[in-house]
Write a protein that binds this ligand. Structure first.
Ligand code: C2O
Ligand code: CU
Ligand code: CU
Length: 571
């Protein structure tokens, strides 16, 4: 069954019967947030129950409102039958709090990072980021929005009433076939706004703010309004622009966010549809009429009616204004002070190319960054703390890639030698790199030096990411390298005590050839069964073990810490 593309579009003033009210995710505020990542079900189509994932519910998750400058703790409990992580996309946090692929959350355990919110007011998001697991878990529904508020934003006359004139909009496309969410089919024909098909929302007849997030695995949206009325972009990934930019179209690639103001004053009783004008997308972008090189096209691509077609994202009906409406678009916002090109001391190139040059592989991947696929044990780049850098992203593939860098926000210097459009001159953490094109971005790595825990950079098309179009970088403090010996990496065991003799061991920074032993109090070796469940994680089963104290040793003959031990209690 396929989404009826634009089926309701002809009705001017009345909401089509098949439409459903937009779901507004619950808003959580304060300093401590509890997220339970769990399984659920959802009826995307009447009478068809589909298995989903969500945080604190069956699908998506609550919106987290964070105040800049506050210290927050986020408790993420994994109730899934699988490993996961949760990444705070766009937030400037230490690498161990970032929720990248090294911060595994095992089933039935809780991960509780705590950090200071340093970001400018903007729209961020959270989603799973386990190596090779991201597409599945995000497609199943695990994702939520983060709103950061600050004083500069609070001083502006902007809509700020969550769910009334300040609307979260998580835009996604999913493949739902035979009652299941499917990956990698090219048939992602179900369009969702906050998890709802054919969504509608009544908005007041005044200035309204839409926080658009492209949370799709691969589809780019080209945002426009059905009556072609202009809207104003006020913010991008990591902050507000210095002034609103009036547009009738903007492309939003997977991972990107944009805050739009819509002036609906005087429009009470009318209807306007937010659509994707994908017929206008340049070829090579997933969602455009053609991705390929004339010789091949992506699997299923030509069968998907959304590709190269214009389709509805959400219908807005305009109701009465609120009692204290915002009635005009501000002239100016927050000065952005972009990084100056002259300040950069380092230029690096990320070169994107297909791993194999067959006609299919050139458009489907896997894709390499600087000739490498992601390897959890390899640090690809080391950045000195405080360095201002230009990252030059050179795309030698016929496909457009949204490239994302963790830790920082950057400014776009140029694309194929041309200055970015005005809407793209603010703070960004995902950038559109066109087919066979070059984009240069500039940023500074000011905080959070860590000699061991890396940040990620990757393509935000989740299939590309999962297939290894990702690399790892360390931020290191050049002045502290000689002062402190690198700390001996320890091993972690949990649960400890263990009741059933099942225990998980994590040993970061080991090299191939390492092995695990378990001995009792008298030094006698046991013979547990050991199964590797992730790059640096093993499950140890000590069946029928006598309750008592044991020593687990992780022996890494060529590593920096040859023998690492931990005591284990069994009950
Ligand atoms: Cu939105 Cu590395 O991710
Ligand atoms: Cu991220
Ligand atoms: Cu890609």
């Amino acid at each position: 069954m396929r989404t009826p593309v634009g089926a309701c579009f002809a009705l001017a003033t009345q909401v089509c019967a098949a439409q459903a009210p937009l779901h507004i995710p619950e808003l959580l505020t304060g300093n401590e947030f509890n997220l339970l990542l769990q399984e659920g079900t959802n009826d995307f189509f009447p009478g068809q129950t589909v298995a989903t994932y969500g945080y604190n519910g069956a699908q998506l998750g609550p919106t987290l409102e964070l105040q800049r400058g506050s210290v927050v703790t986020l408790n993420v409990t994994n109730l899934l039958p699988d490993l996961t992580t949760t990444h705070w996309h766009g937030l400037h946090v230490p690498p161990e709090d970032d929720g990248g692929p090294h911060s595994l959350i095992l089933p039935n355990t809780t991960w509780s990072p705590s950090f200071t919110v340093l970001d400018r007011a903007s729209t961020f998001w959270y989603h799973p980021h386990g190596h090779g697991l991201t597409d599945y878990q995000v497609s199943m529904g695990a994702a939520g929005m983060i709103i950061v508020r600050d004083d500069a934003e609070a001083a502006l006359a902007l809509p700020r009433d969550y769910g009334v004139d300040d609307i979260p909009l998580i835009l996604q496309a999913k493949a739902i076939m035979e009652g299941q969410i499917m990956l990698h089919t090219g048939l992602d024909s179900v369009i969702l706004a906050n998890g709802v098909r054919n969504a509608f929302k009544e908005l007041p007849a005044q200035v309204v703010r839409l926080r658009c997030l492209n949370g799709a695995s691969e589809r780019t949206f080209n945002l426009g309004l059905s009556n072609n009325m202009p809207y104003h972009v006020i913010g991008t990934d990591g902050g507000l622009l210095s002034a609103p930019v009036q547009l009738t179209r903007m492309t939003l690639m997977p991972g990107e966010r944009a805050e739009l103001l819509l002036d609906l004053s005087g429009m009470e009783g009318e209807q306007v549809v937010l659509r994707s004008y994908a017929s206008e997308l340049p070829n090579g972008i997933i969602g455009s009429a053609a991705v390929g090189n004339g010789m091949a096209t992506l699997d299923g691509y030509d069968q998907n009616a959304l590709n190269g077609a214009d389709f509805d994202l959400i219908t807005f009906t305009v109701g009465a204004p609120t009692s204290e409406p915002i009635m005009s678009i501000p002239q100016t916002l927050v000065p952005t002070e972009p990084y100056a090109e002259a300040a950069a001391t380092v230029t690096r190139t990320l070169e994107l190319r297909p791993q194999n040059m067959g006609p299919m592989e050139m458009i489907e991947g896997p894709f390499l960054i600087n000739d490498a696929l992601m390897d959890m044990d390899v640090i690809n780049l080391t950045v000195p703390l405080g360095s201002t850098e230009i990252w030059r992203i050179e795309n030698n593939t016929p496909v457009a890639h949204p490239i994302h860098i963790h830790d920082i926000q950057f400014n776009v210097l140029d694309r194929n030698g041309l200055a970015p459009e005005p809407w793209e001159t603010g703070w960004k953490d995902v950038v559109h790199v066109p087919p066979m094109g070059v984009v240069r971005v500039i940023t500074r790595f000011d905080d959070f030096a860590d000699a061991e825990m890396p940040y990620m950079y990757h393509c935000h098309l989740l299939m590309h990411e999962d297939e290894g179009m990702m690399g790892q970088f360390l931020v290191v403090d050049p002045n502290s390298v000689n002062e402190t010996e690198p700390s001996e990496p320890s091993i972690a065991l949990w649960p400890n005590p263990t009741q059933n003799g099942l225990v998980t061991l994590r040993a970061p920074n080991y090299v191939a050839g390492a092995y695990i032993t378990v001995t009792d109090a008298l030094g006698r070796a046991l013979s547990p069964s050991i199964r590797q469940i992730a790059k640096d994680t093993w499950q140890i089963a000590l069946e029928g073990i006598v309750p008592g104290a044991y020593v687990v040793s992780f022996i890494d003959p060529s590593g920096r810490a040859a023998v690492r031990t931990a005591s284990l209690i069994t009950q």
